[in-house]
Design a protein around this ligand. Structure first.
Ligand code: B1M
Length: 234
């Protein structure tokens, strides 16, 4: 009897014989984002699922890379904000399809509670949402506060949820300082001893994490799972 899994394998192999599916699909995903083609990005994301291709790779090396190209063009003044927004929309709609297929951890027990959000003044939420999805998929209980999160909301939610970790994301150099503000507010609320702080986002670094007194910096969504586990001794 051929199982569904076997069928998927068979299909992937056949497709791979026709053309190198991995490189091809990543390239096509990148191009769809670079051309702000929402419909094509969604179609290709469905293809990723149908061929059993790694969804995380599709997100990071396909969609994410495309966004980086778009960001560089924006910075160079080659494209304008509406195009940047369309490219982001292509990624967001694709994530709806790809995120549920992210690999799940084996543990059914909650590894810890994480309150996560993008800091105040910053509306970038794509990277933060991928980190939240990876943490959830790997056994953490995640409270996602969204983007443009006021400092007081991080503190209040951490208190209510008895969070083990606060995760903060920032994509703008001008909003990174809000991370330090949240850490100060946690200290003032007497919570700093109970909660670990992880920071991340394109302009953030290990040196920045150290400077503001965070417990850790995570470079990407996969690293955030390892870092969170390590901080909680799991
Ligand atoms: Co904006 N934007 N944007 N933007 N945008 C950047 C960040 C920019 C670098 C573009 C550029 O000029 N090259 C630039 C910032 C410059 C700077 O500060 N140095 C910029 C700017 C200037 C702006 C506006 C000010 C533009 C304007 O209005 N004139 C404006 C800001 C508004 C605001 O926030 N107040 C703005 C708006 C937007 C859009 C709305 C159009 C859209 C966001 C849509 C959305 O998120 N819902 C957008 C986008 C899409 C980008 C770029 C192109 C892509 C960001 C992204 O989603 N990357 C970006 C250029 C770039 O990054 N190269 C840019 C993909 C994502 C998967 O990666 O977010 O890095 P990333 O997340 C990674 C890691 O960083 C890490 O893991 C993720 C997955 O691997 N990570 C964490 C992230 N958070 C983490 C948390 C962790 C751990 C790891 O622990 C808690």
């Amino acid at each position: 009897m051929i199982t569904l899994n076997a069928c998927m394998h068979l299909r992937e192999t056949v497709v791979m014989e026709d053309r190198p599916v991995s490189e091809d699909i990543l390239k096509r995903l990148r191009e769809a984002v670079v051309k702000y083609d929402v419909e094509l990005a969604v179609e290709l994301s469905k293809e990723v699922i149908a061929t059993g291709f790694d969804p995380l790779k599709a997100i990071e090396q396909g969609l994410g890379e495309g966004l980086r190209v778009v960001g560089d063009k924006f910075e160079a003044g080659e494209i304008f904000l509406p195009m940047l927004m369309m490219a982001a929309q292509a990624v967001k709609e694709s994530l709806v399809i790809l995120e549920p297929a992210l690999p799940k951890g084996t543990s059914r027990k909650t590894l810890g509670k994480v309150v996560i959000g993008t800091v105040e003044g910053d509306i970038h939420d794509i990277g933060k949402s991928i980190v939240a999805a990876m943490l959830t998929a790997n056994g953490f209980e995640v409270y996602d506060l969204g983007s443009d999160t006021p400092t007081s909301k991080f503190v209040d939610r951490a208190k209510e949820a008895k969070a083990d970790i606060i995760g903060m994301s920032a994509l703008l150099t001008t909003t990174m300082t809000k991370m330090a503000e949240v850490i100060d507010a946690l200290k003032k609320a007497g919570l700093r001893g109970d909660v670990k702080v992880i920071v991340g986002g394109a302009p953030v670094s290990g040196a920045w994490a150290e400077k503001i007194g965070a417990d850790a910096y995570a470079e990407d969504a996969i690293a955030s799972v390892d870092v969170a586990k390590k901080l909680l001794g799991k």
